[in-house]
Ligand binder design. Structure first.
Ligand code: SAH
Length: 373
């Protein structure tokens, strides 16, 4: 069921009819965004400061039509294999950070990773996302062997990597071995906030990695968390400006979610509404972007992913990791689907997509300019 953008409230007496509509300024900005795909920082801020139900619904509908203009009703599916929770980094928000001594660490073997992909392939997946902490065990040689084997097995799949920061040389070798896409969220475009959330890491280095990936020829994914501790609306505007300049092919956005075993425990979760608004804005500034309804959105609300799909998203990424390890890849608490078999996730997600009026597209689902290359 779709909610309309106008919300009419009729007083019972019938004398007074109050109609709440989208505010004029808000509508003007969204309509201009639809046309030009860019707005001023002040306009973005106006949107973020004026989120009423009606305004948000309007924004959502415009973003959803924009998605349909390029991708129709199609929603692409990726199978994600979380193959190691070892990490040498210490991101303050992340449950698998190096200093969390309570993590039950695991790494899948080469064969287990291949088997997870085979299982995924048989379920119809044609994109595999290999994600992990920054685990030094997975040297370039080991990663290349995995990528090559997947590529030799299947020439009709996309291989997406999400391994964190590497040298340009490593990125190049993975690309040559057969990887096509790389996800590396920029996390926040505010340098100071970035430094306060990441021990011994800099925004500049993140940015350089994204630039390297793009130069090599990957389809590149950036993205950020909404509501991370210390973030304000102006920072979210900076994320939009940064993304508009970078023009990534994919953008991953989810609410910040707390984890008891991190230094940021006690900070509250990001908001679903703010996340949905940011998703819609990203759809409008980067119309062709591949935009996942992320697991974090599904974690903060049972129907978060459906709402994200109605707000301009066009990708879903169910987990295809083996059951034994799912719970251990705990970036944040209460992560969904950790007890579900890959078969279950595949069909659960299909139902969710259908109920939004969209349909699953099982093809590789490349960025539109890369299709048929
Ligand atoms: N090591 C890889 C993968 C990181 S995990 C890399 O550096 O890219 C994938 C994403 O999960 C991160 O980019 C981050 O945005 C998100 N994440 C981590 N901890 C989170 C938390 N507590 N709440 C919400 N999202 C989180």
């Amino acid at each position: 069921m779709r909610i309309t953008s106008l919300w009419e409230v009729f007083y019972l007496g019938g004398k007074m009819v109050t109609t709440f509509t989208v505010d004029e300024e808000f509508k003007k900005i969204v309509d201009a965004l639809e046309k030009n795909n860019v707005a001023t920082p002040e306009d973005y801020l106006y949107i973020l400061n004026n989120i009423t139900t009606e305004n948000r619904q309007y924004l959502s509908n415009v973003a959803s039509s924009m998605k349909e203009k390029y991708y129709g009703k199609d929603v692409y599916i990726r199978g994600i294999v979380e193959f190691s929770n070892y990490c040498k980094q210490n991101c303050l928000y992340c449950g698998i950070r190096k200093d969390n001594k309570n993590v039950n660490r695991y790494r899948l073997t080469h064969q287990e990773i291949i088997d997870a992909c085979k299982k995924g392939y048989n379920l119809g997946y044609r994109t595999f996302v290999l994600q992990s902490g920054e685990d030094p065990y997975f040297t370039d040689d080991r990663m290349i062997a995995i990528i090559k084997e997947i590529r030799n097995l299947y020439d009709d799949v996309a291989i997406t990597l999400s391994l964190g920061e590497k040298s340009k040389d490593s990125y190049r070798k993975y690309f040559k071995a057969g990887a096509n896409r790389y996800l590396l969220r920029h996390e926040t475009a505010n340098r100071e906030l970035y430094s306060s959330l990441h021990e011994n890491m800099t925004f500049q280095s993140r940015k350089n990695c994204l630039q390297d990936l793009r130069e090599i020829g990957y389809q590149v994914g950036a993205g950020f968390m909404v509501g991370s501790p210390g973030q304000n609306k102006r920072d979210l505007v900076d994320d939009l400006l940064f993304l508009k300049e970078l023009e990534p092919h994919m953008v991953g956005i989810g609410p910040y979610l707390t984890h008891e075993q991190t230094p940021l425990k006690g900070a509250s979760n990001g908001s679903l509404i703010d996340t949905l608004v940011m998703l819609s804005l990203v759809r409008l500034i980067l119309p062709k972007v591949l935009l996942p309804a992320t697991t974090a959105v599904g974690t903060i609300d049972d129907y978060g992913r459906e709402q994200a799909l109605l707000a301009g998203c066009n990708v879903v990424m169910p987990n295809i990791s083996p059951m034994e390890v799912r719970k251990k890849y705990e970036l944040y608490e209460n992560k969904i689907c950790v007890d579900d078999q890959p078969e279950h996730c595949r069909f659960c997600i299909e139902g969710r997509v259908k109920r939004t009026g969209n349909r699953l597209n099982m093809s590789r689902g490349d960025y539109i300019d890369f299709m048929n290359l």
